[in-house]
Design a protein around this ligand. Sequence first.
Ligand code: XMP
Length: 323
Amino acid sequence: SWTTGNVIEEQVALIREQVGDKRAICGLSGGVDSAVAAALVARAIGDQLTCVYVDHGLMRKGETEQVEKDFVAATGVKLVVVDAEERFLTALKGVSDPEEKRKIIGREFIRVFEQAQAEIIADEGPAVEFLVQGTLYPDVVESGGGTGTANIKSHHNVGGLPEDLEFQLVEPLRKLFKDEVRMVGQELGLPEEIVQRQPFPGPGLGIRIVGEVTKDRLDLLREADAIAREELTAAGLDREIWQCPVVLLADVRSVGVQGDGRTYGHPIVLRPVSSEDAMTADWSRLPYEVLGKISTRITNEVRDVNRVVLDVTSKPPGTIEWE
Ligand code: XMP
């Protein structure tokens, strides 16, 4: 019968058999799938696995620390964190076009990841022959069911890997659906914040700043986003909402008044949506009190933001993200 215990036991045995005494690498994105895949492989082969986390500086508040501290504490995994914030910000300088941003972030990500990978391969120890991927059952079906090496759908995951991949893949989640992956993650003792995390785009906050991405704007958006998440969680709405992008309209200013002064600040957009699979979505009818609280807090606590607006567009015609 299907139990998370059985799944874990079976996968641990399979992974041990597949990897043998060689080494494996796994990229962590902060998301559920890569975290659970890595945790499973770590349980199977321990020190033979090295995880790589590229900190591109575009994560939300606390997310990098979650991986560095809580994930490592829960799994004992060997983790290499690459602090690449400056590199990404430099590459993104002066860029406002969404697809251009995605391209740059994806490109830099692969470069940084490959460099970290090369350093790990150069370490003493058994050959690195395996790459761990958090491929789920729906991804397998979508890409025609193939397994092996090069058959990775690069879709729009920032973790999309180059074509000339010479690793064998370890994909311990290939038979699982998302909710099952969360159950396995929970059983493996992963932090709740990681296991229950809502979808978050690979390019991160880079595509939630309409306009140029700067450190200053990222810090501001991180504060606003943290407030929105905190209040949604406090109101018990996390399960109801598919995700809630918080967007900074960095190129827009509007007039406001605060204290005795006139302000000329930026708007923050709240984009809470309900969805089954992100292909279509509806705007979430959030309680007014929750919206009010988020609005009051953001305008009081986040400098340079003097207006909070609500996106009431379904998908189609609007996409979930603004970029
Ligand atoms: P859209 O905005 O197209 O988003 O309605 C659909 C889902 O995909 C996520 N998304 C991305 N995920 N890289 C990702 O890994 C991306 O470039 C990207 N763009 C959108 C979005 O958050 C939503 O869940």
